[in-house]
Design a protein around this ligand. Structure first.
Ligand code: 6PG
Length: 468
């Protein structure tokens, strides 16, 4: 019988970093990789931590190295590779032995895998390579008893927020991977809104990358303090030796995506949960990838950007607009989590979600601490209506309006910020316009409508008279 506390399969960038983190926290870990050469290279680079790491040649060696009941983390690409790895491991394991998928999985796959015989957990891990190595944010999902078994290891390796580990059980079944997908949807929107403001400064205000970097760096010491604003400042400031100019100016303007954002948009539609800023960000990535088409359209219609008067779009306006956009985007993300919990019958502690996002993950920001507090006070509330965020919106929606209107009149696309504003305006409109939609539906399909005056439902208009 082995003496290792946990096993890990898949020594890619994230897997290797996670294994070193686990060893560094004092646990004995056994590792296995499909190609043995990678395991050897990993062990050579492990330094003193190698003493707590057992490299396995075969999967059976990995299993033999573990203390029962065993726990094995999978860090392999999402989809078929996970199923293949589970199929290879299960015959070597007892029913008590736990497989933990720590990659970015579609939560529907996680639900399916959890329904199969054998203990299984799906956890979302955020923070990139540095996070995995020194403290990621860990979003646990699945059977609570399974989580509790490995919680001592997962909380020990997680990011620390003022003495609190950013790792928690967030719900049954695939809830952990669901929360991670929503995290990534928010990540896309956060990044897109920053990129839109970068575009206004570059194309509208004619600023250099370095000047733009300075603005982001300054904002990072205020309400916008966050990892993504911080690294945006650094990205904009980076120098390119080959061109002796800003690196940002030579990076191709076509964004990649591995699909987690897309999962969020698809699930939001299934749930009927409005997340327009997140959807706009995903669509913006799709548009960015159509570079040749955009170049052809610019040749056809002429370039859009015109100079913007710096007096109209002051830095303070853009900062307030970005704060408002961020509040609206997070409110949409948490609203989607609440809708999922209701629809799937999941117990999902929303304050805990905000708490595990405060450090370690890509969307970590000062604002998440306020979100955790606001949800602790009332987990059922719509975040944008919590006093602290309502204050941000009261202070910022005029700025967001100025920014979106200015961008529109100068032909500069700001889809995520514009969607956030439209969401705000739609949400604050008590008497909307869907009475017209209901009238139209009843006209062509006799779908029926409810009446405002007497509260009756299933009513019909005099359409037959109108058509005859
Ligand atoms: C994280 C990130 C990570 C994500 C990559 C790439 O939380 O650490 O969300 O999980 O996979 O950032 O994502 P895209 O390729 O979709 O941009």
């Amino acid at each position: 019988m082995g003496n290792c506390d946990i096993g890990l399969v898949g020594l890619g960038t994230m897997g290797a970093a996670l294994a070193l983190n686990i060893a560094e926290k004092g646990f004995n870990i056994a590792v296995w990789n499909r190609t043995g050469a990678k395991t050897e290279a990993f062990m050579e680079g492990a330094g003193a931590l190698a003493a707590r790491i057992t490299p396995a040649q075969e999967l059976a060696d990995l299993v033999a190295a573990l203390k029962p009941p065993r726990a094995i983390i999978l860090m392999v690409p999402a989809g078929d590779p996970v199923d293949q790895q589970i199929a290879a491991l299960r015959p070597l394991l007892g029913t008590d032995d736990l497989i933990i998928d720590a990659g970015n999985a579609n939560f529907r796959d996680t639900n399916r895998r959890m329904a199969d015989p054998g203990a299984f957990l799906g956890i979302g891990v955020s923070g990139g390579e540095a996070g995995a190595r020194h403290g990621p944010s860990i979003m646990g999902g699945g059977d609570r008893a399974h989580w509790d078994r490995v919680a001592p290891i997962l909380t020990a390796i997680a990011a620390d927020y003022h003495g609190m580990p950013c790792a928690a059980w967030l719900g049954p079944e695939g809830a952990g991977h669901f929360v991670k997908a929503v995290h990534n949807g928010i990540e896309y929107a956060d990044m897109q809104m920053i990129a839109e403001i970068y575009g206004l400064m570059r194309d509208g205000l004619g600023r250099s990358a370095n000047q733009i970097g300075d603005v982001f760096t300054r904002w990072n010491s205020g309400a916008l303090q966050s990892y993504l604003v911080e690294i945006s400042g650094q990205v904009a400031a980076a120098h390119d030796a080959a061109t002796n100019g800003p690196l940002l100016d030579v990076i191709v303007d076509a964004a990649g995506q591995k699909g987690t954002g897309r999962w969020t948009a698809i699930e939001a539609q299934h749930l009927g949960a409005p997340i327009p800023a997140i959807e706009a960000a995903i669509t913006a990535r799709n548009i960015s990838a159509r570079r040749e088409e955009r170049q052809a359209a610019e040749a056809l219609f002429g370039p859009a950007p015109k100079p913007i008067d710096a007096g109209i779009l002051q830095d303070s306006v853009m900062e307030k607009a970005l704060i408002a956009g961020k509040v609206l985007c997070y409110s949409q993300g948490f609203g989607m989590l609440a809708a999922a919990a209701r629809s799937f019958g999941w117990t999902m502690p929303l304050p805990e979600v905000a708490r595990v996002w405060r450090a370690g993950c890509i969307i970590r920001s000062a604002m998440l601490d306020d979100m955790a507090d606001a949800l602790t006070e009332d987990a059922g509330r719509t975040l944008m209506m919590a006093p602290v965020f309502a204050d941000h919106l009261r202070a910022g929606h005029a700025a967001l309006r100025t920014l979106v209107a200015t961008a529109a009149t100068h032909g500069i696309a700001v889809p995520a910020l514009a969607s956030a504003l439209a969401y705000f305006d739609a949400m604050r409109t008590a008497r909307g316009t869907a009475n017209m939609i209901q009238g139209q539906r009843d006209f062509f399909g006799l779908h029926g409508f409810a009446r405002l005056d007497d509260g009756s439902t299933g009513q019909h208009g005099p359409w037959a008279d109108a058509e005859s």
